[in-house]
Write a protein that binds this ligand. Sequence first.
Ligand SMILES: *Cc1c(COP(=O)(O)O)cnc(C)c1O
Length: 398
Amino acid sequence: MMNATESRPLKPRTRAVHAGTRRSRYGEVSEAMFLTQGFVYDSAEAAEARFIAAGEDEFIYARYGNPTVAMFEDRIAALEGAEDAFATASGMAAVNGALMAPLQAGDHVVSARALFGSCLYILEGILPRFGVDVSFVDGADLQAWREAIRPDTRAVFFESISNPMLEVIDIAAVADLAYAAGAMVIVDNVFATPVFQDTFGLGADVVIYSATKHMDGQGRVLGGVVCGSTEFIRKTLEPYMKHTGGAMSPFNAWVLLKSLETMDLRVRAQVASAQALAEGLEGVPGLSRVIYPGLPSHPQHGLAMRQMGQGGTVLALEVKGGQKAAFRFLNALEIVTISNNLGDAKSIITHPATTTHQRLTAEQRTGLGISDSILRLSVGLEDIDDLLADLTAAAGTI
Ligand SMILES: *Cc1c(COP(=O)(O)O)cnc(C)c1O
């Protein structure tokens, strides 16, 4: 049923509902949760044979693979247009694996500077300890990428839309520069979501997601996934992941399989609300700036439209006044909740300077544009009228 033919390839929404499904002999409609660590062999010889070479759909131990986790991996690979995927315990296990597995001492990496805090910790704190030389650039500055990429550059790394300032990176242009040097292109694509952007088509070699965000989308489980060629996933990433223990829980894979069925609907609704909120909040007294790639006022609006076709589910708001005004705004909200996740059905707002980006030095924050006046808003699934009223009323207290 899922064998899409060349003449009639299945659309992403169909793949998100069906791809990867493995039915047991009971013929269940909803995917089964195989909450098992181990697998039984019919004989000693069968055990030996499986350890020599596990066949398709043959499992050994849940740290290596599990049928429910395999369904999730296959569904994501189908959705993303990747040859293969490996599921991990969290988004950070995915980022760590995608970098640590292929890199070794003496390699050079060029990374965008504007990164999720834990990604920055790996690139700035961990990789250099093992002899990997990392150069940081302003991700939106193509000349900076051109100057930083060297003949010995092994990989480039960036978030396709940065957190929390929503800078859009020109994936195709950076990939061209990387290819000229023979470097692999590793993209953390969380903010763009798998719904909108053909990240492999734009030139990525490896695409990473935190499944914790839009894939779950309902604030329940942690998860991550690395997508890439079968060669990379099975020969480079899998040995590293299976021996270092960052495996996804089958329970979490099951939750994520069910939520992938609705991801397209949820994310499209969230984007429509984010666009309407961005337009509705621009010019509201109390706010000095609304940063959203879907607004013509965004410096990379054109690129965002070409690359993603929409502005995403996250906005950054700049309040008039500093931390005090920002906190007053947060504390006046009645529907939007103060938390640091994103991509959730619940609208969530955070003050990056005192939470997610607190660990950075004041100079680092200034360099990234994260002032005390900046708030990050992840738009959920509530009624747009209620959201706009809540945010407008809170802005009135600034
Ligand atoms: C959340 C996030 C991560 C980390 O994901 P976890 O599932 O929390 O480990 C990595 N990169 C980006 C851009 C994120 O937003």
